[in-house]
Design a binder for this molecule. Structure first.
Ligand code: NAD
Ligand code: GLY
Length: 368
């Protein structure tokens, strides 16, 4: 079995990301060696439970004295205070006052919710990430950003709380719907643009393998992205040194699009940031930061993976108002991550409203 390990170096919070096919089988011994606690709470949703009930039982059979599965709704709705408090109540009732730990078994929604639950229950209990979407394996399960949403915006109540291990088993990606694979590939394209020309070329040359769920190809991209994310997080764990912000390439306009359509399924996260990445590349072109050839390569790759590059059915005013509420504004000045060439970005502050509006407008489908 091919297993790769990537270490996230964070002093006493250092942990490994273990990547490969059938990692979950090996996971049992890895978890035993971590001695996480006696009682495991596995947070997942009904879709995953139906598919992986036996796998979950197998993982925890020998590494916890007891295991309880907690099901939460399957959608962004699970990242709410209502779901969180229900979960905390049930965990407290189950807690036998021995050592308890939490496992997130799911995509980014489960990972963010389970991580935040672990961060605040008894002021912090150990937790592990078992990401089951491509997006979660390449991004959300790594780095300790955990949160729930508030009605006014996504991820507004959260914490930095690192998992004890991330088990990225690429074989579970085989049951993901095609739209979810593309959703994750948008984040992979993000990594390629911000840091990795080799990955960019790999994506250009291996579309059919990746969309056909070739396990070796998937493993390569999960590994490559995990290495990048681990390095970025190790240099700026708390996102206050101007390093981690580069992971937000495409996210400013992307989040505005998600918010403008009320986080409906019209645009999932990856689809929204796909448009956001193209829009940011166009802003970079307008500011003379990137060559036309590279800007076109970014747009072509996004389109090549069947991801949207245009905004349909939304008004400029809705997107613009949502953009004004972005968390990345600093002292009322905008701050965007713009590409300068393939594999390199620049954080630019105070971009004029005219440029932002023009770049968004150019992406809008007339009459939409
Ligand atoms: P998701 O968690 O909603 O999962 C997408 C869908 O796939 C769900 O319906 C889920 O049930 C299903 N699913 C998951 N794994 C499956 C599998 N193996 N087989 C079949 N179906 C499966 O969506 P996501 O895209 O993984 O995550 C999005 C969330 O991640 C958002 O809430 C976003 O804010 C968050 N996020 C967090 C970070 C971070 O750093 N913490 C980074 C990026 C995104
Ligand atoms: N996904 C952005 C971050 O982890 O900082």
């Amino acid at each position: 079995m091919s297993v790769k390990k990537v270490r996230v170096f964070l002093k006493d919070r250092t942990y490994d990301i273990v990547i490969g096919r059938r990692v979950l089988k090996e996971g049992r011994s890895l978890l035993r060696s971590l001695a996480l606690g006696h009682d495991a709470i596995v947070i997942t949703n009904p879709t995953l439970h139906k598919l992986y009930k036996e796998t979950i039982k197998d993982i925890f059979r020998n590494c916890a004295s007891s295991m309880r599965i907690e099901l939460v709704p399957d959608s962004e709705r699970a990242k709410s205070f209502q779901v969180l408090t229900g979960l905390l109540d049930r965990i407290a009732k189950f807690d036998k006052n021995r050592r308890i730990f939490i496992a997130a078994f799911g995509g980014g929604v489960i990972g963010d919710l389970a991580g935040f639950t672990a961060a605040i229950y008894k002021r912090g209990v150990p937790y592990i990430q078992i990401p089951t979407t491509l997006l979660a394996q390449v991004d959300s399960a790594i780095g300790g950003k955990v949160a729930v949403d508030l009605p006014i915006a996504k991820n507004l109540a959260g914490a930095f709380y690192q998992p004890r291990i991330v088990l990225s088993d690429t074989s579970v990606l085989g049951t993901l719907p095609d739209r979810q694979i593309r959703n994750g590939l948008a984040e992979v394209i993000k990594y390629a643009v911000i840091k990795d020309p080799w990955l960019f070329q790999f994506l250009e040359n291996n579309r059919d393998r990746l969309l056909g769920l070739d396990e070796a190809a998937l493993e390569s991209i999960v590994y490559r992205c995990s290495v990048i994310k681990a390095k970025v997080v190790a240099s700026d764990e708390f996102d206050n040194k101007g390093v981690r912000v580069i992971l937000n390439y495409g996210h400013t306009i992307g989040h505005a699009i998600e918010s403008a359509c009320g986080y409906s399924t019209r645009y999932n996260h990856g689809e929204a940031i796909a448009v956001g990445m193209v829009t940011a590349a166009r802003m970079a072109l307008m500011l003379g930061l990137i060559k036309r050839h590279d800007e076109l390569r970014i747009e072509s790759l996004i389109r090549y993976y069947g991801l949207p590059t245009l905004i349909k059915g939304l008004k400029l005013s809705l997107i613009y108002n949502a953009y004004l509420h972005d968390k990345k504004f600093i002292r009322a000045k905008n701050r965007l991550v713009l590409p300068t060439k393939i594999g390199s970005v620049k954080v630019v502050e105070g971009i004029s409203d005219a440029i932002v509006k023009r770049a968004i407008t150019e992406r809008m489908v007339r009459g939409g």
